[in-house]
Design a binder for this molecule. Structure first.
Ligand code: NAP
Length: 263
């Protein structure tokens, strides 16, 4: 049976680990041809290895790309369009956590570094591919925001500002591109089980002078399902937004948070 994304060309930024790696694997098992990026192309080896294991004939391009750097994104876009001649779905996933500190302890450099990747990076990545999508008169742009773009998390002001900004970008761009048949959506993951959230929990525990179990419970207790989410669940949401089943969905910020956020 053909996959949901058979023949699609899908770009995934930040595909070397975590959510981006899971998205790349999820898209490839649904038949997509892939362009995978990270700042250091070598770090994509683990993602490539898993895709080769699951889909031996998968077509995959890798490219080094710093999403905060306009010329780097321009080169990556040229490589993708040069290789495949088209693009169908772009997942702007690359992101950094930024500092976990009270606002007055955050430097302007740290603030800007976080927004440069988490907000400028989405702008630059989408902007590079919009002309091709508009010309094709089809496509799906997906930005990985966060539940923290909707729900306050103390000590995380730069990250929250960037992730809320992504939602605004997505809504306005959905209106701009709707007439061209291009859909634009955000996914708002809850805390994803894995090393990244472990370090956030450790830092929250240190900041608040509490144990790590208590800090972890602050993430799981608000969930009606009583748990974190998995990277594979975020990948499934992205596959849905790339595929035909979501053809009426644009301008949305879709929560995948085990129910922590319901708005
Ligand atoms: P991660 O494990 O730290 O992976 C981040 C990926 O982005 C890596 O591939 C990294 O590769 C890449 N990256 C970072 N800065 C980059 C830059 N300037 N240019 C290009 N690539 C860059 O992160 P994750 O937890 O999977 O998070 C992925 C996305 O989901 C982020 O946008 C994050 O904010 C969002 N999110 C995560 C969670 C969570 O709990 N993990 C929850 C909600 C939302 P290199 O460092 O090699 O470039």
């Amino acid at each position: 049976m053909p996959g949901l994304l058979e023949g699609q060309v899908v770009v995934v930024t930040g595909a070397s680990r975590g959510i981006g790696r899971a998205i790349a694997i999820g898209m490839s098992t649904e038949g997509a041809r892939l362009a995978l990026t990270a700042r250091d192309e070598q770090t994509l080896a683990s993602t490539l290895g898993e895709i080769a294991r699951l889909v031996p004939d998968a077509e995959v391009l890798t490219a080094a790309c710093d999403v905060a750097d306009e010329s780097s994104v321009a080169r990556m876009g040229a490589a993708v369009l040069g290789r495949f001649g088209r693009v169908d779905t772009v997942v702007a996933n690359a992101g950094v956590a930024g500092p976990t500190r009270s606002l007055q302890e955050i430097s302007l450099v740290e603030w800007r570094d976080c927004l440069a990747t988490d907000l400028d990076g989405v702008f630059l990545t989408f902007r590079r591919f919009v002309p091709a999508l508009v010309e094709q008169r089809s496509g799906s742009l997906i930005a990985i925001s966060s539940m923290t773009g909707k729900r306050p998390l103390p000590g995380r002001t730069p990250y929250a500002a960037a992730k809320t900004g992504v939602i605004g970008l997505v809504r306005s761009l959905a209106v701009e591109l709707g007439p061209a048949g291009v859909r634009v959506n955000a996914v708002c993951p809850g805390a994803v089980d894995g090393p990244r959230i472990d370090s956030v929990i450790r830092e929250q525990a240190r900041q608040r002078g509490i144990g790590e179990d208590e800090a972890r419970a602050a993430f799981t207790d608000p969930s009606p399902l009583g748990r974190l989410v998995t990277a594979e669940e975020i990948a499934d949401t992205c596959v849905f937004l790339a595929g035909p089943g979501s053809s009426s969905i644009t301008g949305e910020d879709l929560n995948a948070s085990a129910g922590v956020v319901m708005y």
